[in-house]
Design a protein around this ligand. Structure first.
Ligand code: SF4
Ligand code: MG
Length: 315
């Protein structure tokens, strides 16, 4: 199939007390195509990290289905899930917090190899050396500890760890947000390079659209646990449909202000609490186009143009 990951009505709720839960991922459906980079964008609290973690099996979904390579992972038993999840790895935002400070870099990189009992002894060591070189580090780095490395190098270690088990699908959860701007491009270039050589598919999570514009084939925009819009990167930037996307785009500084056609759309207020989202359309409290219907009827997720999806009563 052309689709690598198919998400159907996915829900991930976190109960906080009786009859109350945070609906971090609330009925989301979309697909990730084989070989693409899918950019997933949203403010903090939009549920994008939870969605990413649920896809790779670090969180159990509350409802819905995750179809990987034609197989419904949500129907699998633990053993089979484990097998599939080996092909789905994650790179975390903060390379400092995600690497155990008491472990040597070589053992960190081999975490997946050890968990799945893939290699031992000399073969394991050689694989660690090979992975270090693959991400631009050196074999002698295997003996050192994470604190001896810069932020960019630590993210390379995180990438090597994800690659160790030869995944097909990688969720990159804001992999460059914590890095110096001068280092960001290097890590992106490495990821692009690995994508080609290892035949990877990425779900690349970011908090702003500008960051994913050039690397994404398609982009999805999340708001308060819902997907608001999904399209090719080009369509998203040229013809955004959803008022939220339009506002996000208007906030991106233009390279050439003389040719800039977009007026800045300033959204009223902060995003509401995900514990108690607005009725109807969740975006309505900040939407410049909100209508009567928006307060009592939730807009449906629909394909408005070819492979251009949105949930808004304007369409
Ligand atoms: Fe705005 Fe209504 Fe569309 Fe929601 S459904 S984005 S409130 S116009
Ligand atoms: Mg996050």
């Amino acid at each position: 199939t052309e689709q690598l990951v198919e998400v159907q009505d996915l829900k991930k709720y976190f109960p906080i007390k009786k009859d109350l839960s945070v609906k971090s991922v609330d009925n989301i459906s979309f697909t990730v195509k084989k070989g693409e980079t899918f950019g997933l964008v949203g403010e903090s609290g939009s549920g994008k990290s939870t969605l990413g973690k649920t896809l790779v099996g670090l969180q159990q979904p509350t409802g819905g289905n995750i179809i990987y390579n034609g197989l419904d992972v949500t129907k699998f038993n633990k053993e089979m899930k484990r097998k599939v999840n080996k092909e789905m790895q994650i790179i975390f935002q903060d390379p400092h917090a995600s690497l155990n400070p008491r472990m040597r870099v070589g053992d960190i990189i081999a975490e997946g190899l050890d968990a799945y009992k893939l290699l031992k002894g000399k073969e394991r060591t050689n694989r660690i050396y090979q992975l270090l070189e693959r991400v631009g580090l050196r074999p002698e780095h295997a003996k050192r500890y994470p604190h001896e490395f810069s932020g960019g190098q630590r993210q390379r270690i995180g990438i090597a760890r994800a690659l160790a088990v030869e995944p097909k699908f990688i969720v990159a959860d804001e992999p460059i947000s914590a890095l110096d701007v001068s280092i960001q491009a290097q890590v992106i270039n490495l990821m692009e390079d690995l994508k080609k050589s290892e035949g990877l598919t990425y779900l690349f999570i970011a908090h702003d659209l500008g960051m994913v514009k050039h690397i994404s084939d398609r982009i999805g925009v999340m708001y308060l646990g819902k997907m608001m819009e999904l399209s090719s990167s080009n369509d998203m930037f040229n013809r955004p449909l959803h008022p939220y996307t339009q506002a996000l785009l208007s906030a991106i500084p233009q390279a050439n202000p003389r040719t800039a056609k977009r007026d800045r759309i300033v959204l009223a207020g902060d995003p509401p609490s995900p514990t108690n989202p607005p009725s109807g359309c969740r975006f309505r409290t900040r939407c410049p186009h909100a209508m009567e219907i928006c307060s009592h009827q939730e807009p449906q997720w629909k394909e408005v143009e070819h492979d251009h999806w949105t949930a808004c009563h304007l369409y």
